[in-house]
Design a protein around this ligand. Structure first.
Ligand code: GLN
Length: 223
């Protein structure tokens, strides 16, 4: 395990400032400067996330290969097309790469297509999934008629509703143990959180509201 930026078993080697999941940065005491947060950059809304991360004072890293995951304090899997992203991840060896980042405690946030990829199972046709979250996803769950729409969402832990931009959005049909539902649209689960994972069915990167990015950095990455 030596030299790969992780401590054995994913345990933090330094005391954490709060009782939160292990951020990889904690196991990387030699790292100085702003925390690095990755954006999977194979397809989809990469630039928008990079811009917001920069604005929030962390260093964005575009992730295209396994090596790019080293030393990251978190990883965003953006919206786009989950079948395309999954196939490209598989070709780049990144399905296993991201799984191992995650299982060593690396914080992950999946938005829209990223939420589909994070799920452990889909109601639809088979496609490559990361399977990071104990959940059954309905891809394009809001149906063909409503390709895109906006809705103000009540989100657990947010004082004011969040402007949800939904574009051919998925929802979770069901979640298993260890998954906390933090946002619903009617009966549909559109935001959820696990120990070191966050998923949103909508696109916070397409709004001017940076509260979800701040939430990910604070609550999930522990930055
Ligand atoms: N429905 C798309 C998919 O399954 C996701 C759409 C999006 O990310 N805006 O990949």
């Amino acid at each position: 395990m030596a030299g790969n930026g992780y401590s054995a078993g994913g345990r933090p080697v330094t005391a954490r400032k709060a009782d939160r999941p292990v951020a990889v940065r904690d196991a990387n005491p030699e790292q100085t400067g702003p925390a690095k947060v990755g954006v999977l950059a194979l397809q989809g809304d990469v630039r928008e996330h990079v811009e917001i991360l920069t604005k929030l004072g962390v260093e964005p890293v575009e992730v295209r290969r396994d090596e790019d995951l080293r030393g990251l304090a978190g990883l965003i899997v953006p919206g786009g097309e989950s079948t395309v992203i999954g196939k490209q991840m598989s070709e780049a060896g990144l399905l296993d790469g991201v799984r191992s980042f995650f299982y060593k405690g690396g914080p992950v946030w999946g938005t829209c297509a990223g939420m589909v990829l994070a799920a452990s199972a889909t109601t639809g046709e088979r496609q490559p999934l990361l399977g990071l979250m104990n959940a059954l996803v309905e891809r394009n769950g809001f149906g063909r008629q409503v390709h895109s729409f906006e809705a103000d969402l009540e989100v657990e832990g947010f004082e004011r509703p969040f402007p949800g931009v939904f574009i051919r959005a998925p929802f979770f049909e069901d979640v298993g143990p260890g998954v906390e539902v933090i946002g619903k649209l009617g009966e549909r689960i559109v935001a959820a959180k696990g120990e070191n994972i966050l998923v949103t069915a909508f696109h916070p990167e397409l709004t001017d509201d940076v509260r979800f990015h701040e939430y990910f950095l604070r609550e999930v990455c522990g930055i």
